[in-house]
Write a protein that binds this ligand. Structure first.
Ligand code: CTP
Ligand code: MG
Length: 167
């Protein structure tokens, strides 16, 4: 598989992860996964931004997207890859929040790169463990693309007055 093919494959594998990450935001209030528990540092384990409802929505949407990709390509494993990518994305997202809380960052405070790529790393790990055809160069290029897209969409949302800060 050439670089273009590898990048396209990585992109297809990451679509459900992006859907998971984007759809969790639909949940405004829910039950915190950490049950509001704090750790030795007096900070929340994960914080109010990680809820069971968000996790459920993300897994559902990622699996549906996996089903759509399986149907569109005729490649049945894409259904399971979709679920795994969604699960990995949410685990990576939680790991990112765990790190942010340990750094004493409040819920929603920005931590560049970690905020944008924690879900990609988690999805990549589970996809790799499941034996999905995810190449390192394809993964790196898709990660770069996601970083650029985040900046572009946040800037646009800021210009449109939907977001207070342009990042
Ligand atoms: N969300 C959720 N449950 C999850 C993940 C996300 O309910 N498992 C929702 C929350 O409403 C969250 C929003 O999606 O506020 C955006 O997610 P994210 O940016 O990851 O959370 P932050 O609020 O920025 O919190 P953190 O500082 O922990 O990243
Ligand atoms: Mg955030």
């Amino acid at each position: 598989m050439g670089l273009l093919g590898e990048t396209w494959e990585a992109f297809l594998l990451m679509i459900p992860a992006m859907v998971a990450n984007g759809s969790a935001v639909l949940v405004r209030h829910g039950t915190p996964i950490d049950f509001r528990k704090t750790l030795w540092d007096g900070r929340r384990v994960l914080g109010d931004g990680k809820t069971f409802e968000g996790l459920l929505v993300a897994l559902s949407f990622a699996t549906i997207m996996g089903g759509v990709l399986a149907a569109a390509t005729g490649e049945a494993p894409r259904l399971a890859y979709g679920f795994l990518a969604g699960l990995g994305a949410m685990l990576g997202d939680m790991a990112g929040s765990f790190v942010k809380r340990r750094l004493n960052l409040a819920r929603g405070a920005p931590l560049p790169v970690v905020d944008q790529l924690d879900f990609v790393a988690g999805a990549a790990l589970l996809l790799y463990l499941a034996g999905a055809p995810l190449g390192i160069y394809g993964l790196v290029l898709v990660s770069a693309l996601i970083l650029v897209l985040h900046r572009a969409t946040n800037l646009a949302a800021h210009r449109l007055g939907l977001k207070d800060v342009p990042w």
